[in-house]
Design a protein around this ligand. Structure first.
Ligand SMILES: *Cc1c(COP(=O)(O)O)cnc(C)c1O
Length: 484
């Protein structure tokens, strides 16, 4: 259990290798003849010299250290860890997709452009928007692009505006994006039902308001049912409505944000439209917009005329370029495959079952856990461990205890307007049995509080590492060895 395994680099022994292909006639080729000398290495790369078997063992062992959605339930609220159908990967790694180069002549990448063009059209259809850019590589970058579009809109309309309104339940990236794009944040309070407090909103909206960012459904998993009123208040001062659509699982195929008054929104392909994410893997956060800001989208846009796809640069009012080439192409292919393989009905089912699963799981937990805002739960919900805290066990202890049962912990301590919050998003792909299993474990943990409190406080016991000092672990990374 506690043997230390060194990094692959530390396992290196000079002369060891996997398989070696005979040099053949390449021995006599001088690379300098073909490759610009500036681009040639001066020294050999520092690669580990190990056998093929060592490589296989090393990475197989590493892959089992962490939790992932292919291993077990991963109910991370807001972040949507849903099953990623393997057909997405099978298609994305076809040579025609994986091996193309973005600098290839345009007539040789027509198929790739067609996929991007079609994906843009589908996202516009699902959101009711007019045009989209696929370039942003994350939701947070989508937010930034959206806010830059707002900035451009107000510049062109000669509006003197510098304030963006966001609710207190907003995802942390929202205020960060606001500050990074040079706006100021004004916070609107939530009402008793966990929605935007309209009365408070009215008191803080004035001519300086450039727009509002709103997550819909909000991060409590609740639909902002006064959305038309909210949009009107913002539009009346010529502000723009931005929807944080990172997680579209409750709306996809069911409701169009454009009809709620939103002008700009981002969509995380890596949440709603599957694709593995987390651990720094590539994502994609397309931004879809209506006609108010469509002309300002980043360069290039993909157009289709006379049977040919082309990339167009719009010098006039564009906010410029936001990503090298066209974004994270492999993720676009995966999302496209996911959407086509589900079809219209399948996409609607995603939303329907995501909501059903969340509501069933909430029902199973309501006897033991506090659920402060519970009317109208959609694809996720937030429970509070306040009753458990009063008996001695905090949300973090519950999260850590879950790890020993082989589950990933839900999102804890977010949103911040609920004490000891535990945010749960089961996703549509989980079975009824898994949901019951998980609920059972959460109830068992609650049962243990009175007799086995010390045990819970020191969990987890069966993970590769125990309870880390998370700040120290981030700041003083020690990755030289791991335990097998
Ligand atoms: C995940 C998420 C984001 C940020 O998306 P990233 O791709 O992680 O940058 C923003 N808002 C909400 C509501 C989210 O769930």
């Amino acid at each position: 259990m506690n043997r230390l395994t060194p990094l692959i680099f530390k396992q290196s022994k000079s002369g060891r290798n996997g398989y070696k292909i005979d040099d053949g006639d390449t021995k006599n080729i001088s690379f300098e003849k073909f490759i610009n000398k500036k681009l040639l290495r001066k020294n050999f790369p520092q690669l580990p010299e190990v056998t093929e078997f060592q490589v296989v063992r090393h990475f197989t062992n590493l892959s089992t250290k962490n939790h992932h959605v292919d291993k077990d339930f991963y109910p991370l609220g807001s972040c949507t860890m849903k099953y990623n159908p393997k057909i997405n990967d099978a298609i994305a790694i076809l040579d025609g997709f994986a091996m193309i180069h973005p600098n290839q002549p345009i007539e040789t990448v027509q198929g790739a452009l067609e996929i991007m063009y079609e994906l843009e059209k589908i996202l516009c259809e699902l959101t009711g928007m007019e045009k989209a850019t696929l370039q942003p590589s994350a939701g947070s970058q989508g937010e930034m692009v959206g806010l830059l579009l707002m900035k451009k809109y107000h510049e062109i309309h000669n509006n003197k505006k510098d304030v963006i309104i966001i609710p207190e339940t907003a995802h942390g990236t929202n205020p960060a994006s606001v500050i990074m794009t040079g706006f100021k944040v004004k916070q609107v309070k939530s009402d008793k039902r966990g929605r935007v407090d309209i009365k408070h909103l009215k008191t803080i909206v004035d001519d300086r308001v450039a727009g509002m960012m709103l997550t819909q459904p909000n991060t409590l998993g609740l639909f902002e049912d006064k959305i038309e009123k909210i949009s009107k208040i913002i539009h009346d001062v010529d502000g723009l409505m931005y929807m944080d659509g990172a997680n579209l699982n409750a709306l996809v195929g069911i409701a169009k944000p454009s009809l709620m008054g939103f002008d700009i929104m981002h969509i995380n392909l890596h949440k709603t439209f599957s694709t593995p994410h987390g651990g720094g893997g590539p994502g994609s956060g397309p931004v879809a917009v209506n006609s108010k800001v469509a002309d300002f989208l980043p360069n290039p846009t993909i157009e289709y005329h006379n049977g040919k796809y082309s990339l167009e640069m719009h010098a006039k009012n564009t906010i410029g370029k936001v990503h090298s080439f066209f974004g994270n192409f492999g993720i676009l292919v995966r999302a496209y495959v996911y959407i086509l393989s589900l079809g219209n009905k399948g996409l609607k089912d995603v939303a329907t079952y995501a909501v059903l699963n969340a509501n069933y799981l909430k029902f199973l937990l309501q006897d033991k856990y506090d659920i402060p805002f519970s009317d109208g739960t959609l694809h996720e919900f937030v429970i509070s461990a306040i009753k458990q805290k009063n008996r001695g066990i905090k949300a973090i202890d519950i999260g850590k205890s879950l790890l020993d049962y082989g589950f990933h912990a839900p999102t804890v301590y977010f949103p911040i307007n609920i004490p000891e919050s535990i945010m749960i998003e089961p996703t549509e792909t989980e079975t009824k049995e898994t949901l019951e299993d998980f609920a059972n474990v959460l109830c068992q943990i609650d049962d243990k509080i009175d007799n086995e409190q010390e045990y819970l406080k020191n969990a987890p016991y069966h993970t590769p590492v125990r309870r880390l000092d998370e700040t120290k672990a981030n700041r003083e990374l020690d990755i030289n060895y791991y335990e097998t």
